[in-house]
Design a binder for this molecule. Structure first.
Ligand code: ADP
Ligand code: MG
Length: 681
């Protein structure tokens, strides 16, 4: 069936070639584009008594012109028109810039309605919009469109109005009735009308709600279809693990899994058993027990007769995991370590063991996926801190002919909203609960002038047998300066604390063996105070450390501060995080306050997202965030979740393809470029 909404926009009555070109430059090519070119914002003309006007607000007032408008020119082609206005027996001054032509239109005694910025002290309005006569009650909320070239707001308003009456029978509903009534959403035509010309805030809100949901639902349907296709292309990837053995292994752990761990483990195991390749993200705060889940999954792989690999971003971390997994698996599996530091004969031996499957579990940095490494039968790859692991490295595995199940783990609590959109082709499991009995880290925010007391506090904790991290001021985009800073701070603290207390230094430029030496000493409590740049962020585990001091805390993202804080509070002792910061703005202060108020990483990341926007999580360019007309991923994340669940149901039930009430929706989904496979890699 021909969809007339796809007609060129010039088919709308009253739109000529010139206007068509202008509209094209705004990305409006079809009638549908025009109808869905929603206002960027609205001007509200609501007349209030003078006494209720707020300084600096945009306001609308009505009154009589009471002085001859006087016009002055200045600069090149700039002008200023001013006149008095009688409003409720008060004289108000009106100023208009660069609208010399208005002088002729305004006469003493004329009734006018002015909108503009209000200056309460001078009783003056700087006019952005004026209209002769009294305000019309039906023109209270005015659409303001994003404009370019020489198309005016009025032209778009007119074009939309005409298009709406000309095509209203063709603008059909695409959401099934039951969804509209369940969520109390207005119909599509009504909602389009209200987006452009709302009578009041209420109907505008509902229209927005409707399109937010519609956009998210379409988006989720598309993403999930894609994911399904990608999965199905890996058919034949089932891992036949021994459920009984796995159960025993879990029972033998020195603790009981939390409900969140069990749930996540279940999801992982189901994926492994399924005939499709697993592509899952496991999120959870530092210490929430992700590694425990990973270990169980690795064990499952072994019972299926396959090898498992754990890839981590740093050598220190690889070694820590190696030690703990060796203990955990004891005689159940052979665990090997492969990093850049494993060299010569030992390396050859490890490679051999991997190749002939003597090694069941391989732990390492990305040395793991280098060419020389040949797995015999790789069933599962677990990647810790997937931020640091690129698409490229995944391709390497694929190119080796390996299609293992892949589990990504991250302690950066990416807001769920972002995870399910940005990683739309990934499944997500969340461990949102800490093992019981953990003490919360107490967090304080102090100004720089309290540093002396902070240093005394560190000494006190050290005297009590504990250790401390001191994270250096962060100097943007200069690794060198960061290090210089760290070295200076290190020397200072040495002077203060020596000889009783040993101070160590850690930064990214240290040679690998020195880094390890420092970490080893800190782990053994040969160093009590560790000065460090942010390299310490990634998964080091020193349970005896009870203090984390972070300089210049306002420069870090909340999520990063939270990561750093996660370095302490890993033992039995009460731990402390001290943020040293003198933030200038309100947002900065707010962020410091939030840190002291919550230790929930997900809450923090949601806050971070609100305060800083999604770009900061992924880097602006690579974010690949979808763009929506109406919906806002940050503020409407609940709707996104709802749409996601609905999309799952619609696809699982086969309704999209079979149920006639979904026919219109299906057209929209299947007509999408990506879904058609045109841009799929
Ligand atoms: P993550 O990898 O998320 O940082 P880990 O798996 O390393 O967390 O767990 C942190 C610590 O908590 C480890 O010492 C681990 O043995 C312990 N742990 C994990 N799960 C539980 C649990 N359910 N109950 C008690 N302790 C747990
Ligand atoms: Mg599988």
């Amino acid at each position: 069936m021909k969809n007339v909404l796809n007609d060129p926009v010039v088919n709308v009555k009253g739109i000529g070639e010139k206007l068509e070109q202008g509209l094209n430059s705004l990305g409006i090519y079809t009638v549908e584009d025009l109808l869905f070119y929603f206002p960027a914002r609205y001007d509200v003309y609501e007349i209030k008594p003078l006494s209720e006007l707020i300084h600096d607000d945009k306001v609308t007032i009505e009154g009589k012109v009471s002085s001859e408008p006087s016009l002055t020119f200045y600069g090149k082609r700039k002008s200023r028109l001013s006149f008095n206005l009688q409003v409720e027996h008060v004289t108000v001054k009106a100023v208009m810039f660069n609208r010399a032509f208005a002088k002729k239109q305004l006469q003493v005694g004329d009734m006018v309605t002015l909108t503009g910025k209000w200056d309460q002290h001078r009783l003056q309005i700087t006019v952005s919009n004026y209209q002769k006569g009294r305000a019309k009650s039906d023109a209270k909320i005015q659409p303001i469109y994003a404009l370019k070239s020489d198309v005016s707001n009025i032209q778009i308003k007119k074009a939309v109005t005409t298009a709406l009456s000309q095509y209203q029978d063709d603008l059909q509903e695409i959401l099934p009735e039951e969804y509209l009534s369940a969520y109390k959403l207005p119909g599509r035509l009504e909602a389009v009308k209200h987006m452009h010309f709302p009578d009041n805030h209420q109907v505008l809100k509902h229209a927005r709600r409707r399109f937010t949901y519609e956009e998210f639902l379409l988006f989720q349907l598309k993403m999930q279809l894609l994911r399904k296709r990608k999965r199905e292309s890996t058919f034949g990837n089932s891992q036949d693990y021994q459920a009984k053995d796995v159960e025993k292994f879990v029972e033998a752990l020195p603790f009981q899994l939390t409900a969140a761990q069990s749930r996540s483990l279940n999801e992982v195991m189901t994926d492994m058993r399924s005939p499709y390749r697993m592509n899952r993200l496991l999120q959870g705060d530092v210490g929430s027990g992700k590694t425990a889940v990973a270990a169980i999954a690795l064990y499952a792989t072994i019972t299926a007769g396959k090898q498992g690999a754990l890839m981590v971003p740093t050598e220190i971390l690889a070694e820590q995991h190696f030690q703990s997994l060796q203990e955990l698996f004891a005689d159940k599996a052979s665990v090997v370590l492969l990093t850049g530091s494993v060299k010569g004969k030992r390396r050859k031996q490890v490679l051999q063991e991997i190749a002939d499957k003597q090694a069941d579990i391989i732990i390492g940095t990305h040395a793991l996926i280098q060419e020389e490494v040949v797995f015999q039968d790789l069933g599962l790859v677990i990647v810790d801190e997937q931020h640091r692991f690129g698409v490229e490295q995944r391709r390497v595995l694929r190119d080796k002919g390996l299609h293992p199940d892949v589990l990504f783990m991250t302690a950066t609590p990416i807001p769920r909203t972002l995870a399910i959109t940005a990683f739309g082709d990934m499944d997500v499991s969340v461990i949102d609960e800490m093992p019981s009995g953990r003490k919360q880290v107490e967090t304080y925010w102090v100004k720089e002038n309290m540093l002396d007391r902070v240093l005394q506090f560190i000494q006190k904790e050290v005297d009590n047998g504990h250790q401390a991290y001191v994270v250096c001021p962060l100097i943007e985009e200069s690794d060198k300066l960061d290090i210089q800073n760290a070295v200076e701070l290190y020397q200072q603290l040495q002077e203060i604390y020596a000889p009783k207390t040993a101070v160590g230094l850690m930064h990214g430029r240290l040679p690998a063996d020195e880094k390890e030496e420092v970490m080893r000493k800190f782990a053994a409590n040969d160093i009590q105070v560790l000065v460090s740049t942010t390299v310490v962020e990634v998964g080091v585990n020193v349970p005896n450390a009870s203090v984390m001091v972070i300089y210049d805390a306002e420069r870090f993202g909340l999520s990063q501060l939270h990561q750093l804080r996660g370095r302490v509070g890993r033992g039995d002792a009460q731990s402390y995080c001290i943020l040293v910061a003198d933030p200038k703005g309100e947002v900065g202060k707010e962020r410091m306050k939030i840190m002291t108020e919550t230790t929930n990483g997900f809450e923090l990341s949601e806050e971070d997202l609100k305060l800083r926007g999604p770009g900061d999580f992924f880097g602006k360019k690579q974010s690949g965030m979808p763009e929506f007309r109406v919906a806002d991923m940050v503020h409407d994340y609940r709707a996104l979740e709802t749409a996601r669940t609905d999309a799952q149901q619609i696809l699982a039930s086969g309704a999209l393809d079979e149920n006639p009430v979904f026919q219109k929706l299906a057209q929209y989904v299947y007509n999408d470029k990506i879904v058609k496979g045109e841009t799929l890699d």
